[in-house]
Design a protein around this ligand. Structure first.
Ligand code: PEP
Ligand code: CO
Length: 463
């Protein structure tokens, strides 16, 4: 390196900021943290998790960062998705396999649309903690702490259920390990047979005006598999190893801290509970504990941003979290709501451009599009979700920036939580099989259809 070049080492100490450690966040204000009544039990549990093996490795984390760096440059595409919140009770083989299957199938469809490598990241194996708008919930004259996810307390409405329990941090770590163990086994074992996309549950497509086009996509995927096998003289199913990465909102800082480790032969600290932790906007204050924690880890990280994000705030966040412009380090997951993209996204893109740094732009078309039916059921409309994605692609295209990923809440099952889609789920249908305790998810068919429509839009726009 010539002496005139700035030192781009991501580890060069920044003289403006005091020393960082996995616990340095504790001196800052930490929002959205539960009040554990038993501090000793909490400390014991955190110590115990700290001594248990990590869930992911630093080389996986680095490999994901490299791939996200490519996505930020327009050379790859991120598909991130899964439950709004995982639950301990639903940690079973069928559900985990279904989540992987839908993520894999969507990724193949997006490969078809983007003609780019698609990076698969689940909201999985640790998405157990939720930010809440209120600390307490009242029913009649009873007021109790709010449910903050299975990592913190239980959903039942009793004092015992709602009292934050440190043991649940340990249960969460264990459930995440069990989930990841099965994900790794499936990913290694060629479970998702690319040779038979005709087995994909595509009945719903008959209801859609796009039926012929969907069939062409499926045929073309089959053809590509045959072609690649012929060229490479291998059976892709047997080759089998598909990459899946994990992500969750890094909300419960003691949980994250307990899995933050130094590793041999690499500098710095890694959060080894997940590959890609993200910060929600509710906890993204630049002087706050979450940003303090996130600034020091070497993982690729993401920040959710919505309409309330100001240029000043965003600039500060980039300054603190992305000081060295390391490729793949920072993704911005934008969640604005259909119809709001044109108003806000150009300011975000301009703000980032002014910093001179590169980020990966991701669209979360779910969280700005939550609505309530007349029966009081929380839902999202398929068409609005699609509209936000399309608006985001269009605005980035116009601005000469690149939308490099989409973030979905979805499930591999046949739930009825979002309205619309080829089957035309109505507000009435939501009562049939609504399972989410938190946000409504696209079901298997809706998720598959969504990815087909996105792929179609991309191809017709020549992206
Ligand atoms: C979420 O991703 O489930 C979530 C709470 O999103 P947001 O912070 O963007 O509202
Ligand atoms: Co959600």
């Amino acid at each position: 390196m010539s002496r005139l070049e700035p030192d781009s080492s991501p580890l060069s100490p920044d003289p403006r900021t005091p020393a960082w450690g996995p616990e340095s966040w504790q001196s800052k204000e930490a929002l959205q943290q539960p009040n554990y009544p038993d501090a000793d039990a909490l400390a014991r549990t955190v110590r115990e998790i700290s001594s248990l093996p990590p869930l992911v490795t630093s080389w996986e984390v680095e490999s994901l960062k490299t791939q996200l760096g490519k996505a930020a440059q327009g050379e790859a595409f991120l598909l991130q998705g899964g439950d709004c919140a995982e639950s301990f009770e639903e940690c079973d083989s069928g559900r985990i396999a279904a989540k992987l299957k839908i993520l894999l199938q969507m990724s193949l469809i997006l490969v078809h649309g983007t003609r780019k490598r698609v990076i698969r990241v689940g909201r999985i194996a640790g998405q157990y903690a939720k930010p809440r708008s209120s600390d307490v919930e009242s029913r009649g004259d009873v007021t109790l702490p709010t449910y903050r996810g299975d990592l913190v307390n239980r959903i039942g409405f009793t004092k015992e259920d709602r009292t934050p329990d440190p043991q649940l941090l340990l249960r969460g770590y264990e459930r995440a390990a069990l989930t990841l163990n099965f994900v790794r086994a499936l990913a290694d074992g060629g479970f998702a047979d690319l040779h038979h996309p005709e087995y994909w549950k595509l009945d719903f497509i008959r209801h859609s005006a796009l039926a012929a086009e969907y069939e062409r996509i499926v045929e073309s995927i089959q053809e590509s598999v045959r072609f690649m096998e012929a060229v490479a003289d291998i059976r892709l199913g047997a080759l089998g190893r598909v990459d899946f990465y994990t992500s969750h909102e890094g909300l419960s800082l003691l949980y994250e801290q307990a899995q933050t480790r130094e590793v041999p032969h690499r500098d710095g600290w890694y959060n080894l509970s997940t590959h890609l932790p993200w910060v929600g906007m509710r906890t993204a204050q630049t002087g706050g504990a979450h940003v303090e924690y996130f600034r020091g880890i070497r993982n690729p990280i993401a920040v959710k941003i919505g309409p309330g994000m100001s240029p000043e705030w965003l600039t500060e966040l980039i300054d603190v979290l992305h000081p060295n412009d390391e490729p793949g380090r920072l993704s911005l997951i934008v969640r604005l709501g259909a119809g709001n993209v044109r108003q806000h996204l150009p300011t975000f893109v301009d703000t980032v451009a002014r910093t001179g740094k590169t980020v990966l732009w991701v669209c979360d078309p779910m969280h700005g599009n939550t609505e309530t039916t007349t029966d009081g059921i929380k839902t999202r409309n398929f068409d609005k979700i699609l509209a936000e994605i399309e608006e985001s692609f269009a605005v980035h295209r116009e601005l000469g920036s690149y939308l490099g990923g989409i973030h979905f809440e979805m499930t591999g099952e046949d739930v009825t939580e979002c309205v619309g889609g080829a089957r035309g789920l109505s507000a009435e249908d939501l009562k049939r099989d609504y399972r989410s305790q938190v946000d409504p998810r696209l079901n298997y068919e809706q998720a598959l259809e969504m990815s087909m429509l996105v792929a179609r839009g991309l191809r017709s726009n020549g992206d």
